[in-house]
Write a protein that binds this ligand. Sequence first.
Ligand code: FAD
Length: 392
Amino acid sequence: MKKVLILGGGFAGVDAAGYLRKANYDVTLVSDRDYFYIYPTSIWVPTREVDFSDVCVDLKELQKAHGFNLVVDGVSKIEAKENRVTLQSGKVLDDYDYLIVALGAHKMKHPGIENTLSICAAPEQSIAIADALDKLVAKGSGKIAFGFGGNPKDTSAVRGGPGFELMFNVHNMLKKKGIRQNFELNFFAPMPQPGARMGTQALSMMDKMFAKQELNKHFGKKIKRFEEDGVVFEDESKLESDFTMFIPAGAGHEVIINSDLPTNEAGFVSINDYCEVTIDGEISNVYAIGDTAALEGPDWRAKQGHVAEVMAKNSAFNIQERDKNSATRKGYQEHLNILCVMDTGDGAGFVYRDDKKAFMIPMPILGHMMKKGWGWYCRNSKLGKIPRIPGM
Ligand SMILES: Cc1cc2nc3c(=O)[nH]c(=O)nc-3n(C[C@H](O)[C@H](O)[C@H](O)COP(=O)(O)OP(=O)(O)OC[C@H]3O[C@@H](n4cnc5c(N)ncnc54)[C@H](O)[C@@H]3O)c2cc1C
């Protein structure tokens, strides 16, 4: 039985492990967390609509469902040419035929970032955001800033959607408590049109929502630094804030940057369409999938969970074909699209973008329920309790 070592227990790593176990590979998955985190539904942790545990799936349960070996430990070093991975505990893993790197991304570092919290960073930050919001609610009034930043070296690593979702949810939470009028909600981003990659129709719908819900925009100004009481822009103007939620753009994972894996300028692992990594001019036994990999494709391409899942499925397929000495391969690029249900707290917008079309369909009330339903589907399908729906 051939052995596959998978680094990372997120959307990419967990799916790759499941598909390879089904194909009868001996799979070991390493994760520095003992749970799989359903990031898309974590947007409701800060408003206490769901508990933190509702968006976590115990990796031991996933291990039981799929039968992979699980190592909960941090990866500290990858030496791909030596076929060797070192863990934070000092343990060395060097007995594998294939290595799948699915470590996700690290974040851009901005001065004063410690004055902010992010919904897209370490999962525990969602609880810290909830605590910060509770304090402001108890005070009864305040100014809250939400924003995201860019990565000029790789625009696919920019993530703004959850920032909008969280702000709409906070708006609704404050409205329900009858104190919305006492709060100033601001959104900031360095781009003149944040969210532009969702298409022009989505942008104009978002504009209308901003106006209707009295959400202030601060777009097109580069961020200089964060302070305890606000955001300072390039022109030294300051957006005052009692609490700032900021999503830095993704950047290459430190372990990858310090490894012998080839990367793009931003530090994401360079791959071909089949998620294979070329080392010293040859296709190696290493695959990189999910947010860790450098996506190639149209300008609007984005690192998303469903892309990570396609990459996982394809890598498992491509490994099997390789072992059969077949030249058949499956690529991820034809599956690149933007697909999300953008939650607004009391509904949602279904956002879709590919090379041919871009649209956003408003789904009042139903959209919110659908996203909740997807969270249930995600947990139970990953645990093998219900069948996977193709493309979901
Ligand atoms: C708030 C939020 C909302 C989102 N909403 C959507 C959405 O609606 N639709 C969509 O398609 N996408 C969405 N995304 C994007 C999606 O969640 C990511 O694209 C997806 O999580 C990428 O999966 P991944 O496995 O590559 O990385 P991750 O999910 O980040 O997983 C990385 C894994 O590697 C582990 N790891 C990291 N470093 C180490 C180390 N040194 N040693 C060992 N293990 C390590 C981590 O613990 C984790 O298990 C959202 C993201 C966020 C943050």
